[in-house]
Design a protein around this ligand. Sequence first.
Ligand SMILES: [Zn+2]
Length: 250
Amino acid sequence: MRFYSLSIMFSLVFLIVAIFFSDHLWTVFGILAFTYSSILLWGIFDLRIQLFVKATVHSKNGVLLTFDDGPDAERTPAILDLLRKKKISALFFVIGNQVEKHPEMIKRIVQEGHVVGGHSYSHNLRTTFYSTRSYLKEIDKCNEAIEKVTGITNNVYRPPFGITDPSMGRALKIRKTKTIGWSVRSLDTKLTSKNSLSRLKRRTRKDSIVLLHDNGILDVKDLEGYIDHCIQKEYAIANPVEFIEDLHDA
Ligand SMILES: [Zn+2]
């Protein structure tokens, strides 16, 4: 884990400073402590730098569409209708308690050739900065909910809010679970639909993993516009089944 290498590196630098530059010990210690804490904070909130968790943030198979926080009673069926119309598949990172509320939607997602991954059981801010044991519970309960409905044993995960820490790193390692991040955020829970669409168009590349939400505000018409944009740019849309197979072969 990069976190441990980083900590060892900072300790060594401090040791060298303590031995050779003892006159300025506290100044250097202050600078080192500030830099170290800043990197830790960055790592906690930005999964892309993979400080605590090894994560896949690009796709070798084309643009991978991912939808978090579902299934959603209103929007998930509309998204599924559109994906069917466009003959493309996506990866849905579902929340365990939502799976229990809408099992028929999970069945439909799988039947229509999409893939389901775990996104915790409760997706609560309180469930961040947990102990390893509590993270394991969140991962397991979500996987149990998925397995109960689909019969599929899930082993891919996206941490809620993209927040990671050493305990989560340990939990995912224990469960031998592959973590999937993203390279493009739609910000479809914050921006207007039009702004989210133009952000997506601007930032998408042929190997992007795109973070969208089942319960986001990106209008289904704008989502269609985005898919058309990818087609026009001749970006392949990744098949999530192949994407996951490649992930486990790597
Ligand atoms: Zn989420």
